[in-house]
Design a protein around this ligand. Structure first.
Ligand SMILES: NC(=O)c1ccc[n+]([C@@H]2O[C@H](COP(=O)([O-])OP(=O)(O)OC[C@H]3O[C@@H](n4cnc5c(N)ncnc54)[C@H](OP(=O)(O)O)[C@@H]3O)[C@@H](O)[C@H]2O)c1
Length: 273
């Protein structure tokens, strides 16, 4: 039996990954959540795991063969991830969810330091660097609650394209990296099959929802409304990277790792609405 901890098991990639792993009779899946009472994926054992409670980590990581680490978007993420990975057994495989073009801000950037914590852990590791998730169009915390109602997709793109990826494809890559040692030492830049402009993205949303949707180009400053501190800095940097084309590069990594092409935004939206 292979024992895997999926942190962020209720999140966009965590749910899909837990479902894939739970379907395997030879894998025991621990679903890590800061609120384990809300973990409901069939075949997954709810497991208390909070970045705010390092004292509770030992119970979650005992006897693990692999752990999926969803990077917490907070300033101390590199230190927290570093502390966690040094506490897992030396043979435990680590798969880190990072982001596409994480080197953008240079060698001492926050995202790179989070990756370095895993890469320099002495454990077998794989780093996943996905583009923007298609699930932002269904997640009520992002565009999911509003696009169909308002007919508006406000997004600061600077005219650049985004190679949206289905979180289920990220999960499929993670599944393989967690279970197969041949992915150790790899950094996978993961994208969907095509890079789309925001006006084209809005067209696809309109078609799927059956309602008019248009893209409204916003400023980066607009995107920062209601944010503060580290999240404000991170959001500004993220949209700066969108403008610079950091999420526009299309890769074949999903196909190479899983043996099948990544799903398109059109297929995702048709399925979701
Ligand atoms: N969204 C994108 O388009 C995108 C693109 C590229 C990279 N990323 C990166 O991927 C990572 C995950 O983003 P996401 O959008 O997938 O987030 P998400 O769906 O909101 O998932 C975040 C997870 O973190 C867990 N969490 C919250 N507080 C926690 C705590 N104190 N301790 C432990 N777990 C906690 C949540 O689960 P519980 O509430 O159950 O604990 C949730 O499952 C981030 O680092 C993000 O930057 C995102």
């Amino acid at each position: 039996m292979t024992r895997v901890l999926v942190t962020g098991v209720r999140g966009k990639t965590g749910v899909a990954l837990a479902e894939l792993l739970a379907a395997r009779p030879d894998v025991e899946v621990l679903g890590g959540s800061s609120d384990p009472s809300r973990v409901s994926t069939a075949g997954v054992r709810p497991t208390a795991f909070s970045w705010d409670d390092p004292a509770g980590w030992d119970a979650a990581i005992a006897g693990l063969d692999a752990v999926y680490v969803v990077r917490p978007d907070r300033a101390d993420a590199p230190e927290l991830i570093g502390a966690l990975v040094t506490r897992v057994a030396p043979t435990t495989r680590l798969v880190l969810l990072s982001e596409q073009d994480a080197d953008y801000v240079g060698p001492d950037g926050w995202a790179i330091r989070a990756e370095r914590a895993v890469r320099e852990s002495g454990r077998p590791w794989t780093v996943l660097r996905p583009s923007w998730f298609m699930q932002v169009f269904t997640d009520p915390r992002f565009y999911g609650g509003t696009v169909a109602e308002t007919g508006m997709l406000p997004f600061s793109s600077g005219g650049a394209t985004v190679a949206w990826i289905d979180a289920r494809d990220i999960a499929a890559v993670a599944e393989r990296a967690l279970l197969d040692e041949q992915h150790a030492g790899q950094v996978y830049e993961l994208t969907g099959p095509e890079a789309l402009t925001l006006p084209r993205t809005a067209e696809l949303l309109a078609r799927a929802t059956g309602r008019p949707v248009v893209h409204r180009e916003t400023t980066i400053e607009d995107e920062l409304t209601g944010t503060e501190g580290f999240i404000r800095e991170l959001t500004a940097l993220t949209f700066e990277r969108v403008h610079a084309g950091s999420f526009a590069t299309v890769t074949d990594a999903v196909q190479r790792v899983t043996g099948r092409a990544p799903g398109s935004l059109e297929a995702f939206l048709t399925r979701s609405f």
